[in-house]
Design a protein around this ligand. Structure first.
Ligand SMILES: O=C(C[C@@H]1CCCCN1)Cn1cnc2cc(Cl)c(F)cc2c1=O
Ligand SMILES: [Mg+2]
Length: 568
């Protein structure tokens, strides 16, 4: 491709709204342009990278025996009413009406559509298992789209769905996808980690997320410093290894705590450590109000609360609900004498003589003890794991890192096949619901996370596998006949070798050409200039290391090929 005839609108500056490096660099490198909040056009360079991610995904999915199809992005409400999800989702589901005033949505995912397809055609166990996938745009009306393609509202996803006759088969399908995902992210040149993930309250299911480790990741990953245990913070198990307090129970006492609201302020005011203050979170679990008590230095984990109660919705109670449940205002809730059942995190169950809200404005009660002053309805693991906590698998220590979720695979079970009556005839001629799995990869998010993991102060440093062009041939002048002739010749040889070169034939100063090549992240640059040609050489520079070497013109193409092979 010739630069002068291509379209790479690089920018010197980026809009202040771009916070993370992949967003900044995709704008500056002329890869994307925002159309609306969370909605982007993929400009030619960006599309080339996305197509490369798709090619890797397609190759690995096909090798795993999955079969590609393509479903519409607009979906009829009827299917979502069958699965019971039409009224479950809120504003995140973009609902639209057609000219006949019929309800549709812009598909955020395709479980309903694929289940409808399979139930229409597959009726015998002889046609199972089957894994169907697509690469299709999704729309999720995020309340706060940000970070460019990392959290867009319209984005490209590869989503696959497996259908098996039984649990054993479904586990094999899951295993196949797990391995295929590892192959995808390795082939994309990404450093990733597989973590156990929360799969919501779908019974009999489990899920794993594939995380690209990066500081700008929005997900927290808990890993053990001694074994391979790794889980999304939503899921990471907290071991109940708290030593039971042997303290003698002291008499409880209300204490005025004027102006002290937060745990830190109350702890400071009362002169005790934060872990002696116990928070009572009043939450609405589906339609029920409950109190969840966690230690002052811990955070309540909503996913764990949701799974404990097998609930669909868990939300912090409103001011009014708190008044109703506790008789006191927000911020001073405590377990004593309230109308709702109280559940305790394991850490609290090991404590004695702790401080709680008195359900009175600016008042706390010290030396409270469960068993004497109130009863727990139950105790369980309701908190976020912290760095330094004991590993649930080996007793080692947890560490916390941040990750970008680029893949998520789920064992679904019969959640959709049961609700949509999608069944097959088993060997005994009995109707059985399919056992399903679903598997997603954020295609556009993979491109963005590759930049998060591979960049420097000059710009993008593409992994060779995803680079829009593998090499750029840069003539220092387009007026010197000898320079142009050699540059064209090298470009043609690289092209014929399938090395996808770019020829920077613009009439621009060398500095501009070098800066653009570094910004858009081309792995290898071949610089053709009068000086080196006098010695029959050109310069070859590796973007990742900045190392430049002089290479005889005749050996240049093969040297580039070898360098690209080393970099892959
Ligand atoms: O999408 C999944 C599960 C898997 C992920 C891999 C590919 C197949 N689906 C979970 N999920 C996430 N956000 C959603 C947002 C909306 Cl608005 C919705 F209506 C439904 C969903 C929804 O179901
Ligand atoms: Mg996910």
């Amino acid at each position: 491709m010739r630069y002068s005839r291509f379209f790479i609108p690089t920018l010197r500056e980026v809009p202040a709204e771009a916070e993370v490096v992949s967003h900044k660099l995709m704008l500056r490198a002329g890869m994307i342009k925002k159309l609306a909040s969370g909605i982007y056009s993929y400009l030619p360079l960006g599309l080339m990278v996305i197509r490369k991610v798709e090619d890797v995904v397609r190759r690995c999915m096909n090798e795993a025996g999955a079969i590609e199809l393509l479903m519409p992005s607009v979906q009829p409400a009827e299917l979502w009413k069958e699965s019971g999800r039409w009224n479950y989702y809120g504003k995140e589901l973009l609902r639209i009406k057609d000219r006949h005033d019929r309800d549709f949505c812009y598909g955020p995912t395709h479980e309903e559509v694929i289940t409808d397809i399979v139930r229409s055609y597959i009726s015998s166990y002889k046609n199972l298992p089957i894994n169907l996938y697509q690469i299709q745009n999704k729309f999720r009306d995020e309340v706060r789209p940000r970070f460019g393609l990392m959290r867009g509202r319209e984005f490209s996803m590869k989503d696959a769905y497996s259908f098996d006759m039984d649990d054993a088969g479904a586990n094999l399908s899951y295993e196949k996808m797990y391995k295929a995902y590892c192959a995808v992210f390795e082939a994309c040149g990404l450093k990733y980690k597989v973590v156990e993930a929360d799969s919501g309250a779908i019974g009999g299911s489990f899920s794993h997320e594939f995380m690209v480790l990066a500081e700008t990741g929005e997900d927290f990953v808990i890993s053990c410093d001694s074994c391979d245990y790794s889980a999304n913070l939503e899921k990471a198990i907290c071991v109940n290894d708290h030593k039971k307090s042997g303290e003698e129970l002291l008499p409880s006492e209300d204490v005025a705590t004027p102006k002290a609201k937060t745990v830190e302020e109350v702890a400071a005011f009362l002169g005790m450590p934060a872990e002696k203050i116990v928070k009572t979170m009043i939450v609405r679990v589906d339609e029920k109000l409950v109190g969840i008590m966690v230690r002052g230095d811990h955070e309540m984990n909503e996913a764990k609360v949701k799974n404990y109660f097998n609930a669909s919705v868990v939300e912090l109670a409103s001011h009014a609900e708190i008044e109703e449940a506790t008789g006191g205002p927000l911020g001073y809730s405590g377990p004593v004498g309230i109308k709702v059942p109280v559940y305790g995190d394991y850490a609290v169950a090991a404590m004695a003589n702790y401080c709680v809200g008195a359900n009175l404005r600016e008042t706390h009660t010290i030396n409270i003890n469960h068993g004497r002053d109130f009863e727990f309805a139950d105790v369980d693991d309701f908190r976020n794991a912290n760095p330094g906590d004991t590993c649930c698998k080996c007793g080692g220590k947890y560490v916390i890192t941040k990750g970008i979720e680029v893949g998520h695979i789920f064992k679904l079970g019969t959640k959709y096949s049961a609700s949509m009556n999608a069944t097959y005839l088993d060997k005994e001629g009995k109707r059985q619901p399919f056992i399903m799995g679903c598997y997603g990869i954020g295609v556009t998010r993979v491109a963005a996370s590759a930049i998060e993991q591979n960049h420097d102060e000059k710009g993008i440093v593409w992994p060779v596998q995803l680079a829009p062009f593998k090499a750029v041939v840069t003539p220092l002048s387009v007026k010197e006949e000898d320079v142009v002739k050699n540059a064209e010749a090298i470009y043609n040889i690289l092209n014929n070798m399938g090395l996808e070169p770019l020829l920077d034939d613009r009439d621009e100063r060398a500095g501009v050409k070098f800066n653009d090549a570094e910004l858009i992240g081309i792995p290898v640059r071949i610089t053709v200039g009068k000086k080196t040609l006098e010695r029959g050489c050109v310069e070859v520079t590796v973007r990742k290391t900045g190392v430049t070497e002089e290479v005889p013109v005749a050996e240049c193409a093969h040297r580039v090929k070898d360098l690209l092979a080393e970099l892959s």
